[in-house]
Design a protein around this ligand. Sequence first.
Ligand code: TMP
Length: 220
Amino acid sequence: MPTQTTASKRNKTPKSKGIFITFEGGEGVGKSSLIQEVAKRLTQEKIAHIATGEPGGTPRGQELRRWLQASKWPSVAEFLLYSADRSLHVEEVIRPALAQGKWVLCDRFVDSSRVYQGQAGGLNRLFIEIVSTQCTGGIEPDLTFLLDCDLDVSMGRLVGREVLSHYDQAKRAFHEKVRSGFLALAALNSDRIVVLDSTAPIAELVTQVWDTIKERVNGK
Ligand code: TMP
């Protein structure tokens, strides 16, 4: 069973002023393009923000990202590398930005570990939750956008990328598990996770993101 992260469990740490928004999904679903467009919208609205992502949101995290991509790791070691990256990212980038009142747009966060390492990779879920809580200090996204599309579309987008991670090269069955894992997580956390059809035109996706933010976050 995927893990539910209820609103009551979230953000138990002192309330930050900024808003934390994450973007999740399988490979090739177009997260980075959407984040760029949403960031442009925030600039137009004169909202202070940063766009960041995992793995590799800090200089040392970039090193970890290179390690992760260089070879196949045993699942526990791999998860702990993602977690080390996340811990640095929270302490050095995310928490300070939120404390300054900035909005944080983040490409992947704990949900990626829940799905890639947990749902698809078979790692113990309680272990993932305990380690992740330590790494994030309890910070959880206010809102998460899950970009979803048929695997033929997302895997087609991967063709032409210069560096394919070992996940890009993994079997289709793994990507199917990733997709269904994300959708199951979204169904259990519908108060936080909004599913978007990533095949929609980018302008339409930005409008959907913006409308959701106005509806769900502005009143917090
Ligand atoms: P991306 O930068 O293209 O999104 O790829 C990052 C890869 O890292 C992608 O295959 C998903 C994987 N990943 C995990 O398996 N667990 C995690 O916790 C994170 C953040 C990423």
